[in-house]
Each structure stands twice: as C-alpha cells, then as structure tokens.
Design a protein around this ligand. Structure first.
Ligand code: ZN
Length: 434
C-alpha cells in the first residue's frame, strides 16, 4: 500500500466511524456469513424478523392491529405470508403512526426519490443505515475493491454550484470524484481520472454514454476492477461497450432508498439477495420486501414497485448460498393502453427480450405512450444496428404481445449530449383510468 492509499484508507475509516459507529460490526458480520448455508441464513432471518415484528407491534398502532393474529414466538419464516402486503399508499397514509423512535437509536434523515416527484421523507435508525452500506461493501469485496480506493462516480443530476462544492468536499473524504456534466471535455478529464481509479459507479446510461465516447476515441482501460450500475435498468447492449472499454461488464446493485441494497451481482453474474438484511418474496411477479433493520419506519411485506423473478434452483458456482434474483423486469404502476385492452409494462420487457433471443438484436430503448393504442419506441442509435432490419423485427416482436391492439412507431435517436437524466423504460402521458 503506498502512502496516498494509506492516507485515504485512514481518512475513510475515520470518516465512516464518525458517521456511523455500527458500520464495522455490520460489515464484519456480513463477511462471516458470506458463505453461510441457506439454513444458517434463514435462521438469521427468522431471528431478526421476530425482533422486528415485536418492535413494530409494540411501537405502532398499524402493526399492533395487523399482527394481532401472529404468534411471533412460535412463528416460522413461512408465517410471514400471513401478514398482508403493505402498499405505498398505506405506508403514506399511516406514516405518522409508523415513524417511531427506534428504541432511542440515533436517526438519520432520508428520502425516497419518487419517480413522479412525490418525495417521501423518513428517518433511518443507525443500524438500518449501517446495514445498507455494509451490504454494499461486501459486494465490493467480491471484486477485490476496498471502499477507500479511488473511484469515479457518475450521477444523473444537475446540481447548483454550492451543492457541487459541498459534494466535492464529501467526495474528497471518500476518495471519489463525481461527474455532473456529460460533455466531451468532462469525459476527457474522466479518462485521466479512470487511469488512477479502481472502480466506477453510477447510472448505467451515463456509464454507457462515456464508454461509447471512449470507444470512438479508441481508449481502453485495464486497471478497473468493478463497474457498478445503480438505480437504472442495465440493457444487454450496454455490457458490450462497457466490456470493450473497461475489460469487464457492468455489475448490478439492486436496491432502493427504503429497502437498501437488496441484491448484489457476484462475479458469476448472479444477483444474490442480501438475506441477512432483507427478506425478498415474489408475489404475482411483484417484489415484496421486508427490511430486517428498518425499525424507525417498519417496512414489513412492502410492495416495492418492481417486477422481479426469483430463482430458487440455481447453485451459483461462486459458492454463495444466498438466494438469487433472476431478473428485475421493470417498474409497476403505469399501464399500457391498447385500442381495446390494457397491458402491463412487463410486455415491453418481453418484447425486447424476445427480440434479442429470437433475432439476436439488442437495443437500448425507452418506450413512450402519448395516446391510447399507440406506442413509440425510442432506440438509441448505434453504428452496429441495421435500422430498417431492427425496426421490422421489433414490430414483429411487439406483435407477439400486443397483436393489432397497439400501433408501434420506432424512432432512432441520438444520445442526449450535455446532460444525462435517469433514463426510463417506459413513460406514459396517457391519463390512467380508474
Ligand atoms: Zn454467485
């Protein structure tokens, strides 16, 4: 370890400890159970679940009522299914009752970034916060990455100058440099920085945009241990460019502000659930999450708003027994309106999966509905795509799911230079029917 690295290590550790004294303990525990058997992991889950339910029952009227028929002492993990699913609407309506002092644990302010602009504020108890970051760092360790190593962070928002200065300082403490602007000059500066970094993190669309730029310039990097994508869907087509430029594909971290890190992709490409922290259920393809450390605002069987597919069969060659999320297929909530029928957004995902599977065509897309019975697929231009062929096959693929009920328009669009915003799978401008 050189002097610079040592300096950053200690600066980092001091900062983390100052911010959250529980972090080390959480990380140590997670490392101990990294290769635990499924029985051991489920025993941990049950023990933590019982504690959480007891707390929620004692502290909130909502769960006092909801859990009144559950015998917590003698329950099994399967009994969790007897508790009704908690919707976002219920959570909001009962927020005042659900927020509690978490047995005197210090609290940290947090917010969910609502996709429709409705931000929900809540407090996180320190254990909750620690469990979240520890799960992240265990994921890093799978790639040989230490959290204090130099990194590059690609964010998707424009910030004010004042915010930037504040964030730059925090980033300095974390040995991290963050990009706000997505211009060619910034990418050139990024290249210098990347040569000295070990890992890159950020929105997949931003990372991909940068990788495309480097590819055109003929830049290649062989010093990056992990390229981590958060918050956004990772398209198959992104992996190709990112691998060409950085020598490795994008690693997915799946999570949310409420639930923390739910799953982390291992080097064998499987998304392992952080079973020590969360219980993940798949109910009608919907992700139902129980966060075992969320005391200050209990999320018990919370409907997160994503479609997922769990894989209970695969034994991952990495040796970990943690259950696997096979796929996160999309956001719930917006419907697709045909001329006659109504469809789930999951059909868009299927359309593109089918296109890739059947015709070998992989596209980065964004689907938009402006009026009923019509859908616009915006496809990001790429030199390797034969546009007329891709258009024909995409329409054929969509036909398998929507038949004549939906007219499809395919547009090929350029990257948006300059600013990057969080790219959405599907956006609807059609008013929802009740
Ligand atoms: Zn694995």
């Amino acid at each position: 370890m050189n002097l610079d690295e040592t300096f950053h290590k200690y600066l980092y550790l001091a900062g983390e400890r100052f911010k959250n004294p529980h972090l080390k303990e959480h990380l140590d525990n997670l490392m101990k159970t990294d290769f635990a058997s499924i029985e051991e992991l489920e025993a941990i889950q049950l023990e933590r679940l019982k504690k959480l339910l007891t707390h929620a029952k004692n502290k909130t009227n909502f769960f006092k009522e909801r859990l009144k028929d559950i015998d917590i002492d003698t329950m099994t993990l399967d009994d969790l299914k007897k508790i009704p699913i908690l919707t976002k609407e219920e959570l909001k309506a009962n927020a005042d009752d659900l927020r509690n002092d978490a047995n005197g644990e210090p609290l940290i302010k947090a917010e969910t970034s609502g996709t429709t602009g409705d931000v929900f504020l809540f407090n996180k108890n320190l254990q909750w916060d620690a469990s979240f970051r520890a799960a992240q760092y265990r994921g890093y360790s799978w790639y040989g990455v230490k959290p204090w190593e130099k990194s590059l962070y690609f964010w998707g928002f424009k910030k004010s100058f004042k915010d930037k200065v504040k964030i730059r300082f925090l980033d300095f403490l974390l040995n991290r440099y963050r990009f706000f602007d997505y211009t060619n000059e910034e990418f050139e500066r990024a290249a210098d920085r990347i040569r000295k970094s070990t890992y890159i993190a950020g929105y997949s669309s931003s990372i991909h945009m940068m990788a495309e730029y480097f590819k055109k310039r003929g830049y290649k990097f062989d010093n990056i241990k992990m390229v981590k994508a958060t918050a956004e869907k990772v398209y198959d087509s992104y992996h190709k460019t990112v691998k060409e430029v950085f020598g490795r594909k994008l690693t997915s971290e799946y999570g949310s502000a409420e639930a923390g890190v739910i799953a982390y992709e291992c080097p064998h490409g499987n998304m392992h659930i952080v079973m020590e922290n969360v219980i993940v259920e798949e109910v009608d393809n919907k992700a139902i999450i129980t966060n075992l450390w969320a005391y200050s605002l209990p999320f018990i069987r919370f409907e997160l708003g994503d479609y997922i597919v769990l894989d209970n069969e695969t034994k991952c060659p990495c040796g970990r027994s943690h259950k696997i999320i096979k796929e996160v297929t999309g956001r719930i909530g917006r419907k697709i309106y045909g001329k006659n029928g109504i469809y789930s957004t999951i059909n868009i995902n299927h359309t593109f999966k089918n296109l890739s599977f059947k015709y070998g065509i992989e596209l980065a897309y964004s689907a938009k509905q402006y009026e009923k019975g019509k859908m616009v697929f915006e496809i990001i231009k790429d030199d390797s795509i034969n546009e007329s062929e891709a258009r024909k096959k995409l329409i054929a693929s969509a036909y398998e799911y929507f038949k004549d009920d939906l007219d499809i328009e395919v547009k090929f669009v350029e990257y948006k230079e300059g600013k990057s915003k969080k790219q959405k799978d599907f956006e609807s401008f059609v008013e929802e029917e009740a």
